[in-house]
Design a protein around this ligand. Structure first.
Ligand SMILES: [Fe+2]
Length: 241
């Protein structure tokens, strides 16, 4: 079975629609969502409606928690905090309640999904170094954990106590090894590639593939500006960082 794993959509409807269309063409039978569904972009309700309709396993991100008041925006930068307050005012109560009820982690058929780090999902840490990845891998017994949060797709692979980081497009989950894989961001990529990112997981072949999809960036940018959100949130979409 092919599973499309999406993360960090950040209220970007144009990017989400492009990713879902691409995943459907490639035969995705299930959709997993790793959080930060809202925040930054101009379409929080439309994006939440779309993710809810996918009806796949979904976990909460820090921006989802900020929108529904479960976490303070004190650690957010100014633009992110502004967007979080704008989002919570803009959204329908039923969608805010749905965000509020999301779990922080889920286990599906031996795979763990979490937005930030598996060891402390509610601390919203970033895992960027191999040393941190080894500590994180000690905190779960599954061979594969999928994460988002940094908006940079890539994978840590552990063989015994050796961990390596790779940004290879494809990766096969091998027997006896452990993986911590960042699926990248649908709605606000930060790795210098402005195309939307998601991960295709082929469960039979145990194959993971990072996919990039072009989308209508200009429309997403115009909506951000028209909504009165900080202009930097629009301009960075065009830079992919
Ligand atoms: Fe995010």
């Amino acid at each position: 079975m092919k599973i499309a794993v999406i993360s960090d959509v950040h209220s970007n409807l144009e990017a989400l629609e492009a990713v879902l269309a691409d995943a459907e063409t490639q035969g995705a039978a299930q959709y997993w969502c790793l959080g930060d569904i809202v925040g930054y972009g101009a379409d929080p309700d439309a994006v939440v409606d779309r993710v809810r309709a996918l009806a796949g396993p979904t976990v909460a991100g820090n921006h989802d928690w900020a929108a529904c008041g479960l976490v303070s925006t004190r650690q957010f930068n100014r633009q992110a905090a502004f967007a979080a307050h704008w989002t919570s005012k803009a959204m329908r109560p039923d969608n805010l309640e749905w965000l509020k009820a999301l779990p922080l982690a889920e286990r599906i058929d031996g795979t763990l999904i979490v937005h930030a780090t598996p060891s402390e999902p509610a601390a919203w840490h970033y895992c960027m170094q191999v040393e941190d990845a080894l500590d994180e891998m000690e905190s779960y017994s599954e061979s594969l954990c999928l994460i988002g949060h940094s908006h940079v797709p890539g994978a840590f692979e552990r063989h015994d106590d050796e961990v390596r980081y790779t940004r290879a497009e494809e990766l096969v989950v091998r027997e006896g090894r452990q993986y911590l894989v960042n699926v990248g961001s649908v709605g606000q990529p930060r790795d210098g590639d402005k195309r939307a990112a998601y991960l295709m997981f082929d469960t039979e072949e145990r194959r993971l593939r990072h996919v990039r999809v072009a989308y209508d960036i200009a429309t997403a940018q115009q909506k951000i500006l028209a909504a009165g959100l900080p202009p930097w949130l629009a301009s960075r979409l065009g830079d992919g960082d």
